[in-house]
Design a protein around this ligand. Sequence first.
Ligand SMILES: Cc1cc2nc3c(=O)[nH]c(=O)nc-3n(C[C@H](O)[C@H](O)[C@H](O)COP(=O)(O)OP(=O)(O)OC[C@H]3O[C@@H](n4cnc5c(N)ncnc54)[C@H](O)[C@@H]3O)c2cc1C
Ligand SMILES: N[C@@H](Cc1c[nH]c2cc(Cl)ccc12)C(=O)O
Length: 512
Amino acid sequence: MVVVGGGTAGWMTAAYLTAAFGERVDITVVESADIGAVGVGEATFSDIRHFFEFLGLAERDWMPACNATYKLAVRFENWRQPGHHFYHPFEQLRSVQGFPLTDWWLRHPTTDRFDVDCFVMASLCDAGRSPRYLDGRLLEQEFVEKDGLPSTIAEYQGAQFPYAYHFEAHLLAKYLTRYATQRGVTHVVDTVREVALDERGWVSHLETAEHGRIDGDIFVDCTGFRGLLVNKALAEPFVSYQDSLPNDSAVALQVPMDMDKDPIRPCTTATAQDAGWIWTIPLISRLGTGYVYARDYLEPEEAERTLREFVGPAAADAPANHIRMRIGRSRRSWVNNVVAIGLSSGFVEPLESTGIFFIHHAIEQLVKFFPATGFDPQLQEGYNSSVQHVMDGVREFLVLHYRGAKRADNQYWRDTKTRAVPDGLAERLEAWRSKVPDAGSTYPRYHGLPPYSYNCILLGTGGIETLPSPALDLIDEKPALAEFQAIRHKARALVAALPTQNEYFRRMREGS
Ligand SMILES: Cc1cc2nc3c(=O)[nH]c(=O)nc-3n(C[C@H](O)[C@H](O)[C@H](O)COP(=O)(O)OP(=O)(O)OC[C@H]3O[C@@H](n4cnc5c(N)ncnc54)[C@H](O)[C@@H]3O)c2cc1C
Ligand SMILES: N[C@@H](Cc1c[nH]c2cc(Cl)ccc12)C(=O)O
């Protein structure tokens, strides 16, 4: 196997496949020293723990090397109106008498914060708490992997794990480079100048600037947005999502942070802006922040000025990284003997931190559908179908954020209500007006987001009126009210008992 590209996708792929296949598959990574990686991509899904566990890595092995912190949720600010915020947490939504607590909340709203009433994590985020005690124990939410780890995250049936991570993307790539090369992966630092095809249109070999010809059986395209092998050499078409997700640009800053002074919030923050939103990702030594926006509504210089103003004086000396984003996916990610993974395969704006989830899912599916030398087209079709639906499903979930956002104070936000929606979503939006989303009314194929995630965004953004189930007028509400009270008590007890993230990581630093 020849992996072209040494960003997060390239090294996650090489590390995982060497852990899966050992020496039975020879893996080479070719990465250019002259073409930079995208340099961002720092918040994750909680599923990523399966990636590190598959590699045999514990948190103490990799977190300090990547300046990593914990992420309990995404905090959405000003999506409903200025000053309003809500959370999308890593916490299963409870049910009472067969109805989700969000449904009961619509019928009996105990406060104006559905997230605080239905989820313990919302209070932990508001209080800046760590999900682990100073001795390393996980918060009370007893969590046990059911019957060991599944073969893939798509097949995982266990409890919702309570947190994900923030980490420095380039440090993770460096860490995985060491991991992979120590286990036999060949690392060639060079630029691919030509992708040679045989008479069938399959890649026969690569020509590099200094190392000449590199042969392979399977080529993994991890060359980022340029899609050097899949889109350029094999001319696989790109399916744009821009008609429903117009944000196509970003400007990013890295802002120094002092964990002895600055609070390390245990969540990613997405703050709505006039032409998009700003992400804030707290790491151990710095803040990752950036403005994701639509060029049709805002020029890069204005976006950078807005971002610097938002961050304040700490941003003064930070150089800006302007990025043009290709939003959408390759029609197929696996074409002939080329498999695209990462930005080359597809990408949506990082509103729910899905880029690394796409990579992790794609690598697991590549193992699941790995071809024998005969390259059975059924395996390729199974792979492409799984990858396509994950991206199309996430696209739909992100469109809901904009259709649901109550903000309509300028043309950008007014246009979010009239823009085309992906096939099937219009009917689902209609259904959600009468009944909160459930497994039967969200995107029908696996795409990584459970129905409760849709409940959070629908109730949090506030722009789509959603009615409680009529049955709740006829069912005794006392058990539901008792559940709300139990959540309040549990949240209060955990806020009192858990350390802040700063205290937790200061202790980890002292202990290391
Ligand atoms: C603004 C922004 C914010 C993001 N935030 C998040 C987030 O919070 N969470 C998340 O999960 N994801 C996020 N992502 C996505 C995440 O950054 C990517 O999924 C991740 O970095 C993977 O990128 P990649 O490895 O596919 O491509 P890149 O990082 O672009 O790497 C491409 C590699 O290919 C190499 N290359 C290119 N051409 C050649 C050649 N001819 N020869 C040899 N080598 C070559 C380059 O040298 C580089 O090593 C974000 C993306 C953007 C744009
Ligand atoms: N399986 C994913 C789904 C998920 C559940 N809650 C959240 C919250 C956020 Cl911010 C992203 C993703 C998710 C996971 O557990 O990571």
